[in-house]
Design a protein around this ligand. Structure first.
Ligand code: PEP
Length: 250
């Protein structure tokens, strides 16, 4: 039995004051909600303060990016050691915006996934096809290659303890979501791929859908056989809409 997991990716949004106000409101809105795991992923500079606000709640905190090395001459970067040291739980790796604007390759994604597990951070690994790839009928091929590469070298337990977010690039921030059935088909295919490569670990791993998830469509996704929650961008920037998504995911 996989617990649904709803994570909010705030991206490069919200000042410290706005971040604190959001989580203050969120913790009240979701207090008493059980049967769903919740995480927020604020900008790195606001992580510690957000954690302080959430310390007596079950809401987890994640970061949006990190380097794979423990420390060193990498100006502007954050290391997994630093994130774990401040008790960050999750780390988003390989978001399509990082792949697109910061040249993150499958190889870099794999290094970061390995580093996350080495230091006790749970990776949320983002995969997904572009519109062109989809129209050329290459969705499965692209997603399979990304998944295999991201998980290479991990143990079965590490794989089971990872999260994959299937996010078709054309659905992110566009208001166009995949249909729930389409998303479920791809997610089922990802699970089968992981099961084949890691001796059944795919059945334990949570696989989210991401791409224009809103309060009005989350139920369509969550009722599918293989969708274990959502990675939410825009709708996670308001406590009310994020809380509604959480409550509808139980
Ligand atoms: C995302 O950034 O991971 C995302 C899914 O964004 P949105 O919900 O805004 O499409």
């Amino acid at each position: 039995m996989r617990t649904p997991f709803i994570a909010g990716n705030w991206k490069m949004n919200l000042t410290l004051k706005e971040s604190v106000a959001l989580v203050e409101e969120l913790k009240d809105l979701v207090s008493g909600v059980t049967g769903v795991e919740i995480a927020v992923c604020p900008p790195a500079v606001n992580l510690t303060r957000v954690q302080e606000v959430l310390k007596d709640t079950s809401i987890k905190v994640g970061a949006q990016n990190m380097h794979w090395e423990d420390s060193g001459a990498f100006t502007g970067e954050l290391s997994p050691v630093m994130l774990r040291d401040i008790d960050v739980d999750y780390i988003i790796i390989g978001h399509s915006e990082r792949r697109q604007y910061f040249n993150e390759t499958d190889q870099i994604v794999n290094r970061k996934v390995q580093a996350a597990h080495t230091h006790g951070l749970k990776p949320i690994i983002c995969v997904g096809e572009s519109l062109d790839e989809r129209e050329e009928g290459k969705t499965r091929q692209v997603v399979k290659a990304q998944v295999k590469s991201a998980l290479a070298g991990l143990t079965k337990d590490q794989v089971a303890d990872s999260v994959i977010a299937y996010e078709p690039i054309w659905a992110i921030g566009t208001g166009k979501s995949a249909t729930a059935e389409e998303a479920n088909d791809v997610i089922k295919f990802i699970r089968e791929t992981v099961n084949q490569d890691f001796d059944g670990a795919g059945d334990a791993m949570r696989i989210q859908y991401g791409g224009s998830v809103k309060p009005h469509n989350i139920e369509d996704f969550i009722k599918q056989s293989d969708i274990d929650g959502a990675l939410v961008g825009g709708a996670s920037l308001k406590a009310e809409s994020f809380a509604e998504i959480v409550k509808k995911s139980v």
